[in-house]
Design a protein around this ligand. Structure first.
Ligand code: PBG
Length: 344
């Protein structure tokens, strides 16, 4: 019922609508907005995924990810140095493997001098203070682009793949990986990797499990970056999750927690904030979100066309992850955002 100002005053309330509550009061000044802000973004929230390649002094543009490049190992060391200066806590390393080294079983993944291991050793030697996260999955190394062993009838073999993934994780840990991040979505791999690491004396190596990883079209540009887009046979729907499922994410994550995951990850990011929230609520474990290549491409493409304001849209997109309960975000925007945060 609308009330007059006089009536409102008589009741000891404000002018006009006689409102008791005016939420805008807390928004009227910059200092008040800062004072009541519930979540903030800092450099400590950022993990920077980088693509590495063979060669020396080489940087290669990735057409579907404007502004992101593949880096030879020496360039990756320089990038790590820059990231450490900006206080970015950790890098996630993804290799573009020479196509001649790819085979049906991904055997190059077990070569202890493969590109990933070279990068781990080189970065660890020069920049020991930055955390190094490595992806456990066979797709950069297989000729068919799948994360596991592919049968002739198109099935992906679970248990046989897990055996290889454990060995891949050990190769990475020996080369200096701080965090093993299994992104393959095979059943039982977190427990098997934990047991394998422990038996080999790597009790302190953390596991960040891609607990809820969806079979998503948002990974397209990443597959260009690591050179699997053209070779991938079929799709990954028998191991990555169905985008329609939320409860299943909780069941998946529960298994990974039981099997020893130290941290959980949700992927893709922005379209799956509900999953971030659910996992954080259910387990309270450090929970991360991956703002994946397709999300990067959409945002960066719009920025480059002048359709959106990049200075505002990027930090806003990352703040949304924090609000949804994420402890941090894997994002290709990491160095750019860290620079802006450092500039104040
Ligand atoms: C592979 C892997 C993928 C991504 C991270 N690890 C792609 C896929 O599953 O096909 C995607 C990351 C991105 O799109 O930025 N195991």
């Amino acid at each position: 019922r609308p009330v007059s100002d006089a009536e409102a005053r008589a009741q000891g309330r404000g002018e006009g609508l006689g409102l008791v509550h005016r939420p805008r009061r807390n928004r009227k000044t910059d200092w008040a907005r800062r004072l009541v802000r519930e979540t903030t973004l800092t450099v400590d929230d950022l993990i920077w995924p980088i693509f590495i390649m063979n060669g020396k002094g080489e940087r290669q543009a990735i057409a579907s990810m404007p502004g992101v490049e593949r880096l030879s190992v020496d360039e990756a060391v320089r990038a790590a140095e820059g990231a450490a200066k900006l206080k970015i806590p950790a890098l996630a390393i993804f290799p573009y493997v020479d196509p001649t080294l790819r085979d049906p079983t991904g055997s190059e993944a077990l070569n202890n001098n493969n590109l990933v291991c070279q990068a781990l050793r080189a970065i660890k030697a020069e920049i020991p203070e930055i955390g190094l996260i490595t992806d456990v999955a066979l797709d950069p190394f297989t000729s068919h682009g799948h994360d596991g062993l592919l049968e002739e009838d198109g099935r992906i073999l679970n248990d046989e793949t897990v055996d290889i993934l454990v060995r891949q994780a050990l190769v990475q840990a020996e080369a200096g990986a701080d965090v093993i991040a299994p992104s393959d979505m095979m059943d039982g791999r977190v427990g098997a990797i934990r047991a394998g690491l422990d038996a080999a004396g790597f009790q302190d190596v953390q596991i960040m499990s891609y607990a809820a990883k969806y079979a998503s079209a948002f990974y397209g540009p990443f597959r260009d970056a690591i050179g699997t887009a053209k070779t991938l046979s079929g799709d990954k729907r028998t191991y990555q999750m169905d985008p329609g499922n939320g409860l299943e994410a909780i069941r998946e994550a529960a298994l990974d927690v039981e099997e020893g995951a130290d941290m959980l990850m949700v992927k893709p990011g922005l379209p799956y904030l509900d999953i971030v929230w659910r996992l954080k609520e259910a387990f309270g474990l450090p929970t991360f979100a991956y703002q994946v290549s397709g999300e990067y491409a959409m945002i960066e493409g719009a920025i480059r066309n002048g359709w959106v304001d990049g200075d505002r849209i990027v930090p806003e997109s990352l703040l949304a992850f924090k609000r949804a309960g994420a402890d941090g975000i894997l994002t290709y925007f990491a160095p750019r955002v860290a620079e802006r945060l450092a500039a104040g």
